[in-house]
Write a protein that binds this ligand. Sequence first.
Ligand code: ATP
Ligand code: MG
Length: 450
Amino acid sequence: MKLQTRIQLFTTVVLIVLLLAANTSIYFIFKNTSISSELNRLSNISNHILIEMNEKPDISMESMLQAYLLSDGLIRTVIKKERNPSIQVFTDNAYRTIPSSYYEKQFEGVIEFENSMFAIVSIPAISESGEIINLQLIENIDLLYENIQELKWVLVMTTIVVIIILYVTSGFVGRLILLPIQRLTNTMNMIEKRGSFEKIAVACESKDEINKMAMTFNRMMTKLEASYLKQEQFVSDASHELKTPLTVIDSYIKMLKRWGKERPDMLEEAIHSIESESHHMKYLTEQLLQLAKVEEGIEYEKEVVDIAAIVGSTIQRLQPSFKHTIHFLNASGYSYVKIHEQSFVQLLVILLDNANKYSDDSITVEMTESKGYVSISVKDKGVGIPKDAQAYVFDRMFRVDKTRSRKTGGTGLGLAIAKKVVEQHDGKIILESVEGMGSNFIVTLPKLEV
Ligand SMILES: Nc1ncnc2c1ncn2[C@@H]1O[C@H](COP(=O)(O)OP(=O)(O)OP(=O)(O)O)[C@@H](O)[C@H]1O
Ligand SMILES: [Mg+2]
């Protein structure tokens, strides 16, 4: 069911229920109060008659009743066990035949006689002869019933008219509310069909929910576009990275085919270059695989370990193959962290390898602790990273200086892998660097209190 129909139906049904409840209450309250005020009036008259009967015993009962005769009705006295009233005065002859009944106690009510409604009040009293009788006042209340009936029709008609008006206006209001949503959906459909990252026009002055939704959509589009462009860039960089060594290998093979047999010096150079290019390709594909696999299993294979020990042993293992000395400063003592050991070591190797490659001086690894966190910083005194490049070093295949990096054999994937590993451990990695002075990569991980 459409939202507009739902709004329309819901508001109409709620109003029907409310109107029915209110109008039925009005109808019954009016009916009851009108009838009871009529009965009260009759009961007051009866009391007056009784008082006068006591005060003026010499006036005959009939003439007394005559004096109090109602505008449209009858007054009668009924004796127990007698079928017909003993005395009765009336305004209309037809009222004589209203069947009479004797009530033991005071009675007030409404009776129907020949399609007319009558209010009746019957009060027990003592007659002139000392008998117990019923003094009964009966009044025609057809006019009152007509009024009640009229009120009923007025209420029914207003209910119907209000419901029709409400049904139409709620449909209109529903359409008014949903129009911007409809417009938004149309734009989104168009964007989907075109496959583009277009934005929705947003009215700056309006702060309503629809506008907020459009703004969220636009933000999402910007993010999607950025990630799509990054992905595209990555694929193109990766294929370019693979194409370069393949082209080099291909040209050397062509050269070998032509001159290889006659020129042994060229043979040597070609074999060396082909070997180095194929090594680079192998390293690149391995790094690509690593990047793709970083998330696999990390969550389930984490263990609580003292990372100070792991940092120490990794440094020891790497030191012999490094051209620079690694100093390890551990101010924190034991630091227990829940990590995936293999990935954590991989992260350290990436940072230390960079510090070794891009620096000509010693490297310092420092471990510090703060409340709930442990930080490991890998600091070098090397070339540093220019300010404008710092935001991109964690991007896949980003290298500050392509020619320099090509010499050092990098792929630009190391820091991207490092960032993913850190994220898998709910940690953070930040870079502090001054070009020409050195770089400092700081990894912060949540600590376990043991
Ligand atoms: N300690 C550092 N000092 C100076 N520049 C650095 C340092 N670490 C990284 N960089 C720069 O950031 C770039 C990206 O580093 P990353 O580790 O991701 O790739 P790489 O070292 O080039 O290749 P890989 O690590 O995949 O072998 C590097 O090419 C280098 O330009
Ligand atoms: Mg690296």
